[in-house]
Design a protein around this ligand. Structure first.
Ligand code: SF4
Length: 328
């Protein structure tokens, strides 16, 4: 299966990126799929057009994080969106037959506008970013797109665009399927939405001691004010982390029995979580160290990935231009 997914460059990656996306991406890679993974730097501009000071550094940082989490440039094509100009050409052509009202009905359009209400998001780029996303996916004729729940609507729109193109001009695009990640969205360590501005985010490159201190001070079920108060893991962010970082059936039983009857303390529960987090994070720390030994490595991976992505994108664009009689 041909797989495609992207991530915006927002700086250093954190555990939300790992369990919410990258673990799944690595799994798809290891299952032998033909994977294309990219940094969506143009997408970052749709909302952050007014500050590009760290765009290059953040883009590099995301690729460095991809590699540390286990994406392998020998197996997956790792590239940067803005290096493949064909994405922009295809998005422009799609924009000829997608209506403004259709884009205004996309749920995330209103949601993000509300969330970022301190920003002026009346720009065309923000309105048409689902069209650019459709171009990102369709230009590689991807069959599967690993996404979170909030992106399923966009895949539906991408399918609509593919059908419309195929109907209007010629059968060029397959309709991609969304591949939903099973892990629910991780909350921040204080139970609120994970956000750098709340200081509740665990970065992938966190040190041993800082990790321990962040986990041990995590917010738990508010019902457990004292050690002797029983709790409910369903109301506890620590439990959500346990689910994301791998908990055996036996351990899960121990937590549920111990928590609901106050037989275990929250510190015991968090120590077990720390053990599982280390199991996942130590190999990632080790890979970060190796990547940094060669200062050119990340750039070389990007250049090579761009080359491979460009070949595929150029081929699709030839078909598109021919279908649309844009042959001069
Ligand atoms: S025992 Fe574990 S699941 Fe229960 S409240 Fe404490 S940290 Fe949360």
């Amino acid at each position: 299966m041909r797989i495609l997914s992207g991530m915006r460059p927002t700086g250093k990656l954190h555990i939300g990126h790992l369990v919410g996306a990258l673990e799944n991406w690595v799994k798809l890679q290891e299952e032998g799929n033909e994977c294309f993974y990219f940094v969506a730097d143009w997408h970052a501009l749709t909302t952050h057009y007014d500050d590009v000071s760290q765009l290059k550094e953040y883009t590099r940082e995301v690729v460095r994080g991809f590699l540390a989490c286990g994406l392998d440039p020998e197996k997956s094509v790792i590239f940067v969106q803005s290096a493949i100009k064909e994405h922009a050409e295809l998005a422009l052509l799609f924009s000829m037959f997608v209506s403004v009202s259709r884009l205004e009905r996309v749920p995330t359009y209103k949601e993000i506008k509300k969330e970022l209400n301190y920003k002026d998001l009346s720009n065309v780029g923000f309105l048409i970013y689902p069209v650019l996303q459709a171009a990102d996916i369709l230009i590689y004729k991807a069959q599967g797109v690993p996404v979170g729940e909030d992106q399923v609507y966009h895949i539906e729109l991408t399918r609509e665009i593919a059908r419309r193109f195929n109907y209007l001009y010629a059968e060029v695009f397959p309709e991609p399927e969304a591949i939903l990640s099973k892990v629910p969205k991780l909350p921040g360590t204080d139970g609120r939405k994970m956000s750098k501005s709340y200081g509740n985010v665990i970065n992938l490159e966190i040190g041993e001691r800082e990790l321990e201190s962040m986990v041990l001070t995590m917010v738990t079920d508010p019902a457990r004010k004292r050690r002797s108060d029983p709790g409910n893991p369903e109301n506890c962010p620590v439990w959500k982390y346990h689910e994301a970082f791998g908990v055996s059936e036996e351990e899960s039983k121990w937590i549920w029995d111990g928590c609901t009857t106050a037989k275990i303390g929250c510190v015991d529960c968090k120590r077990l979580l720390l053990k599982h987090m280390r199991e996942k994070l130590v190999p990632i720390w080790e890979r970060f160290r190796k990547i940094d030994e060669d200062p050119r490595y990340v750039e070389d991976v990007i250049l090579e990935g761009n080359k491979k992505a460009r070949e595929v994108a150029a081929k699709t664009m030839e078909e598109v231009r021919r279908a649309m009689n844009l042959m001069f």
